[in-house]
Write a protein that binds this ligand. Structure first.
Ligand code: ATP
Length: 484
């Protein structure tokens, strides 16, 4: 059964964001910036599995179609394997895009550029398209008003031991009462919810104080806008915009490390905002004392306020996050053991956990398959491989020998009778699937066999998994033992 269209709409932003990351990597920043960046997601035909992208001109549409169509299809298929076709056409100025692409993080023009951050650019959804006749100033104003992602609110933020302090501090800050501390400094590793909390502060603060102004920007955007304002010889408007906000939030402040002139401006902005009794929220990937190449006067101001850490989610929090996300997808039926499995295995950060969940749901819907353990281990194979504890060829050999009641020495012996040769092939196959060992390395560990023997074993098991149910179920069982 096909899901109703709004289900697709909720999954598309994350998928498009992931596809863009892949495209940037595959095609290089130059091509991406020149040709692909302005592409917008225009439509998704869930019946025919066609993605339609729109770009500003016919010339661009033709060029992209003739030069980059393979890359586009590949990127989409990496994210959603069932996609049949990706079409590029000219944007209809009247129609509203499915997704409005917000400005991606730009490199600063003045201060020494640093590599772009690896995390996906955050997307806003459901932002009304800017009317064509809007003046640039009006547009900037409009962008500020629409800067918060609605779904990043306090209700959607799941609280656990790892983020309790940060959550409570953020709530207090957003209430807008007497300021007991200022600034609020949130820090923690990537993908743990700092940006989510900042958006939640902004949303809540504006809800309670509709006549106030709140401004959120990444430290990179701060840097870029500042440098641009210097070039345009108009730093005045830049300063005025930031310093007049009742609530100012700067995300990922570690990005201005080593940027002297930006830090100078940042320091004065902080000072003015705090002195004027306006609210300031700053986030970083580490605590003030651990931030390097940031001026000490900035660090000391940061430590004046409340410093709250956001820690990696524990199992219970991960479980609750999945359950919360599933609440928003009532059409999805996910068995309890899968929910536990995901919470247990995807423990890097919440962004990855969310990505894994979205991928499973999207693939299942696209391929019309039920969500069960086989499906999930197959769909998330790459992720599980990197997150799983390292499995060694020796572990695999032991498990296979236990399963088939063989001696460990049989894995390396020259004996070729089937009762031994077949399990040995299974062990070679699993070694390729579950470890990062090369074919010669695997052969070496099976009694110094040649890599062509390993290739033969892998092909043999691949064939048998299709034609012989017993072999297939043995392999699945063994695989699950390692992956679970
Ligand atoms: N406690 C939570 N409850 C619900 N969702 C969460 C929680 N923590 C993180 N998320 C989700 O995880 C994703 C990543 O979070 P976010 O972008 O806020 O991370 P971050 O800490 O700002 O990372 P970075 O340092 O890379 O900017 C978001 O989609 C967010 O909604």
């Amino acid at each position: 059964m096909q899901p109703p269209s709004q289900d697709w709409a909720s999954l598309l932003p994350a998928a498009w964001s992931e596809a863009r990351q892949i495209l940037r990597k595959k095609c290089g920043s130059r091509t991406f910036e020149s040709w692909l960046k302005s592409l917008m997601l225009a439509d998704f035909d869930s019946q025919k599995k066609i993605i339609r992208l729109a770009c500003p001109s016919e010339f661009m549409a033709n060029w992209i179609s003739s030069h980059l169509s393979d890359e586009l299809l590949l990127a989409w298929r990496t994210v959603w394997p069932g996609i049949a076709e990706v079409k590029v056409s000219v944007r209809n100025p009247e129609s509203q895009p499915l997704l409005l692409d917000v400005t991606e993080i730009e490199l600063p023009l003045g201060d020494q550029p640093r590599p772009l951050p690896k995390k996906p650019a955050k997307k806003k959804q459901s932002v009304p398209a800017t009317p064509k006749s809007t003046s640039p100033e009006k547009k900037a104003e409009g962008e500020d008003q629409n800067q918060f992602e609605e779904r990043y609110n306090f209700d959607n933020f799941v609280v656990g031991k790892a983020n309790d302090l940060a959550y409570r501090a953020a709530c207090t800050f957003a209430e807008g009462g007497k300021l007991d501390f200022n600034p609020l400094f949130l820090y923690g590793g990537t993908g743990l919810g700092k940006t989510h909390l900042m958006h939640a502060v902004g949303i809540e603060y504006l809800k309670r104080h509709p006549n106030s102004t709140a401004l959120y920007m990444s430290a990179e955007k701060f840097m870029y806008d500042f440098v641009a304002s210097m070039r345009a010889k108009d730093t005045h408007s830049f300063k005025a915009r930031l310093r007049s906000a009742d609530l100012l939030m700067i995300d990922d402040v570690q990005f201005i490390a080593g940027k002297d002139s930006t830090q100078e401006e940042f320091f004065h902005t902080m000072n003015e905002v705090i002195t004027a009794g306006r609210r300031l929220v700053i986030s970083a990937d580490r605590s003030p004392q651990d931030l390097e190449r940031i001026e000490s006067r900035i660090l000391s101001r940061l430590s004046w306020g409340l410093v709250a850490d956001v820690n990696p989610a524990d199992f219970e929090l991960r479980l609750n996050i999945i359950l919360k996300k599933l609440e928003a997808m009532p059409q999805v039926s996910m068995p309890e053991d899968i929910v536990f499995f995901l919470a247990k295995r995807i423990c890097t950060n919440v962004r990855e956990l969310e990505g894994a969940l979205n991928r499973v749901v999207a693939y299942a819907t696209l391929s019309n398959r039920p969500i069960n353990m086989d499906f999930v281990t197959e769909t998330l194979a790459d992720l599980l491989r990197t997150t799983q504890q390292r499995v060694t060829v020796e572990d695999i050999q032991k498990r296979v020998c236990d399963h088939y009641h063989l001696k460990l020495a049989d894995m390396s012996s020259k004996r070729r009778d089937r009762v031994i040769a077949r399990p040995r092939q299974v062990a070679m196959y699993l070694s390729k699937q579950l470890t990062s060992r090369s074919l010669p390395e695997i052969g070496q560990r099976f009694g110094g066999r040649d890599h062509t023997t390993v290739i033969h074993a892998i092909r043999q098991i691949e064939k048998l998994r299709i034609t012989d149910e017993d072999v297939d179920s043995d392999v699945r069982l063994l695989m699950r033992q390692f992956e679970g």
